[in-house]
Write a protein that binds this ligand. Structure first.
Ligand SMILES: *Cc1c(COP(=O)(O)O)cnc(C)c1O
Length: 375
C-alpha cells in the first residue's frame, strides 16, 4: 500500500496546455503570463496580480516594494512554513513573533498590540493550513495601529473569512503553487494588490529592475530574476479554471476524515471555523496533550512504515537552528506553538483521495496510536 501525503491533480487539459506552449517561440514573457495574471486577479477580486517563481519570492517582493528593510520589525507567527519569517530576514528586517491561538493555529490577534514598538512597520498573518479564522482581526489591529498588513495566504487559495477572500486583506497578499498546494504551476507564486505603485515595483523587481516600457538592457533599479515562465503559467491557467472544484473535493475529503475519526477521542480533528469557508490545504490532526512528542513521532513512523505519507507540520520557526543562533530563542518562548507542534500529524490529503483510502488511513492511525502509546 502507498498513500501519498499530497498529490497534484493534473488532467489532459493541463498536459495539452503545457505542450502547446512548447511549440511556440515564447517560453517566457509570452501571452500566458498576462493571461494567468488577469484570470487570477479576477478570481480573487483584486486589481493587480503579479506572478513570480515561488510563494517565497512573492512575499519577499511585497516586503521590499512596501519599503520594509533594515531597522524595521515585522510582527508574524512562529507557527508557519519557514518562508514567512525568512523573507523578513531577506530584506534585512527583524521578525517579531506572537504566539498562536490554540484553536485556529493562527496568530493570536489579541497579543499583537503588546509587541508593537516604534520600529514596527508591518504585521504579516498567515492563514495556516488554509484556515482564515482571525486573519481579519489581525488586519484590523494592524490598520488601527497604522501598520502595513501583508497576508501570507500561501496555504489558503479559495478560503473566505466573514465574506472576505484570503489574499484580499491588507496592502498585498501572496499565494504559492508548489505541487502540494491547492493548485500548482510546478513552482510558482503570485502577488495580489490593489495598489498601483506596489504592483509596478513588484513587476520591476521580478524582472531585473526593468521598468514597464523601458528596453531589455535598461535597469532602473536593483532587481531579481523571479519570473514565472509561460510553461508554468499555462499550467496555472488550466488549474485555476478548476480551483472551485478543487476546494469542493478537498472539503469532501475533510468531511470523510471528520466522520472516520469521530470516535477517535485521542486526537483533535480540525473543523471548519464559524464564519469561514475553509479551502483545506492539509488535514492535520493533533494528539491530545497527555501524549508526548516521542509518542507522536512513533505514530508517524508506524504510519510511514505502512506506506502512509504523514508529517509533523510545523517545527516552530523560532527553534530552527539558524534562528536560535541569530536570536537566542529557546524552548518555552512560544509555548502554544511548541505544544501544538509536538502533537500534530498531517495525514494524506489531496483532491482525489478516495473515501476508502480515508478509511484505511483512519484505521491505521487508531492502531498506530494504540501501539505508540502502549510502549
Ligand atoms: C508554501 C508556503 C509559502 C511559499 O512557498 P514556496 O515554496 O516558496 O512557493 C509561504 N508561506 C507559507 C505559509 C507556505 O505554506
Amino acid at each position: 500500500m502507498k498513500i501519498n501525503l499530497s498529490s497534484p491533480d493534473i488532467t489532459q487539459a493541463e498536459i495539452d496546455a503545457v505542450v502547446a506552449v512548447l511549440s511556440t517561440n515564447q517560453l517566457s514573457l509570452g501571452p500566458k503570463l498576462p493571461q494567468f495574471e488577469a484570470d487570477f486577479a479576477r478570481y480573487i477580486g483584486r486589481k493587480h496580480a503579479i506572478a513570480v517563481n515561488s510563494g517565497t519570492s512573492a512575499l519577499q517582493l511585497i516586503l521590499q516594494a512596501a519599503g520594509i528593510g533594515p531597522g524595521d520589525e515585522v510582527i508574524t507567527t512562529p507557527f508557519s512554513f519557514i518562508s514567512t519569517s525568512n523573507v523578513i530576514l531577506m530584506v534585512g528586517a527583524t521578525p517579531v513573533f506572537v504566539d498562536i491561538d490554540p484553536d485556529t493555529y493562527n496568530i493570536d490577534s489579541q497579543a499583537i498590540a503588546a509587541k508593537i514598538t516604534p520600529k514596527t512597520k508591518a504585521v504579516m498573518p498567515v492563514d495556516v493550513f488554509g484556515n482564515p479564522a482571525g486573519i481579519d482581526t489581525a488586519y484590523d489591529v494592524a490598520t488601527q495601529n497604522n501598520l502595513i498588513c501583508i497576508e501570507d495566504s500561501c496555504e489558503a487559495l479559495g478560503s473566505v473569512v466573514n465574506g472576505r477572500k484570503a489574499g484580499t486583506l491588507g496592502l498585498a497578499g501572496a499565494f504559492a503553487f508548489y505541487p502540494n498546494k491547492q493548485m500548482t504551476t510546478g513552482e510558482g507564486g503570485i502577488i495580489l494588490t490593489d495598489d498601483d505603485q506596489i504592483a509596478a515595483l513588484c513587476k520591476s523587481l521580478r524582472n531585473q529592475g526593468r521598468d514597464a516600457d523601458a528596453g531589455w538592457l535598461a535597469h532602473a533599479r536593483l532587481g531579481y530574476n523571479y519570473r514565472l515562465s509561460d510553461i508554468n503559467c499555462a499550467l496555472g491557467i488550466e488549474q485555476l479554471k478548476r480551483v472551485d472544484s478543487f476546494v469542493a473535493k478537498r472539503s469532501q475529503v475533510a468531511q470523510w476524515y471528520q466522520q472516520a475519526l469521530a470516535d477517535e477521542s485521542r486526537v483533535v480533528v480540525p473543523t471548519e471555523p464559524d464564519n469561514c469557508r475553509m479551502s483545506w490545504f492539509v488535514f492535520v490532526v493533533r494528539l491530545q496533550d497527555q501524549f508526548n512528542a516521542q509518542q507522536r513521532n512513533a505514530v508517524i513512523d508506524i504510519l510511514r512504515e505502512q506506506g502512509i505519507g504523514c508529517s509533523n507540520y510545523f517545527t516552530p520557526i523560532h527553534l530552527q537552528p539558524f534562528m536560535v543562533e541569530k536570536f537566542g530563542y529557546k524552548l518555552g518562548d512560544f509555548p502554544i506553538t511548541e505544544n501544538v507542534s509536538q502533537h500534530t500529524i498531517a495525514l494524506p490529503f489531496y483532491n482525489n483521495l478516495t473515501q476508502s483510502q480515508v478509511a484505511t488511513v483512519a484505521e491505521a492511525l487508531t492502531k498506530a496510536i494504540d501501539t505508540a502509546t502502549a510502549r
